[in-house]
Design a protein around this ligand. Sequence first.
Ligand code: DOR
Ligand code: ZN
Length: 350
Amino acid sequence: MAKTITLPGLIDPHVHLRDPGQTHKEDFFTGTSASLAGGYTTVMDMPNNAEPIISLERLEAKIAGAKSKAVSDIGFHFGTLGDNFEEFPKVIDKVMGLKIYMNVTTGNFKIDADRLIEIYKAWPGSKPILLHAEDDVSDIVFKTLAAVPKQTHICHVSSEAELTFVMKAKEKGLPITCGVTPHHLFLTNKDADRLGAYGHMKPYLKTAKDVQFLWDHLDAIDVIESDHAPHTRAEKDSAEPPFGVPGIETCLPLMLTAEQEGKLNRQQLIDRLHANPARIFNVTVDDTTVVTVDMSEYELVNEKLLTKAGWTPFAGQRVVGKVTNVTLHGAEAFKDGQVIVQPGSGTLLP
Ligand code: DOR
Ligand code: ZN
């Protein structure tokens, strides 16, 4: 009998499940099935749908879709280009946070940086603002946060420069946290050359030196977030491939393999995949939500993934840590590698 371990249900504050609008890439059932297969019992979905989630009406349509299809717990981030402030009070009780894109990425849902401070002023209450803010916009982020110190999570920090910015902002006492993706921890720009479009995402993959800096400053990294960004192979093989890679099923095995290699310990892993995202995004932790993981070694294989995208940039890698069973609020949801609950059995957050 292979060694197994038990972990609390993982929490990913950063996924793109493409539903509604692009369900040929993923939908709430396949995306949350992939979540369970990756050990995640709670995911938070980004607003850059084909029609971005910028109104109560669109949010409610999205929530209705998740209600009938999700098999893990799921919450939603709201979107803005700085012209929908009247919607903020209507949605604040139905979302986990506000996502703002300050750089170009899939969906072209990017703000004019001059609007950032107005958006900060308009966002009511204390739920976090999540920023796609790469190195080139760090000054404006710093000024905005200093002027309007609202809780801010910098998504997918990818480089020495970006993490150094977050560390400096923390030193100054600004209310800031950050996440790093598994692809920015385990791949470099050399891999981007090898992977072509399958290693094409925003932020871009960085140098080995940047990657080492991230590992060397793990203490400054609050969350490991997958940025699960499914796209079909046909899209990736096209002349203008979209940015993004699937990641929710491969994050935990990559991190457990890193743990075996001595790159972090179990507590550091659990903090970044569970405890810190729970605290930052105010997710109630339930000790009857647990994941069983078989610690035998195996190879990551595209064909075994549950994401509709059906591929991973990590295919062929040998890892440890395969999720076998997931219990969600006391009831088994995933058993021997299979989803065993009906679509719609997940709980909607908040
Ligand atoms: O690579 C990315 N893909 N980065 C993002 O910020 C968005 C995401 C997507 O939606 O595909
Ligand atoms: Zn993203």
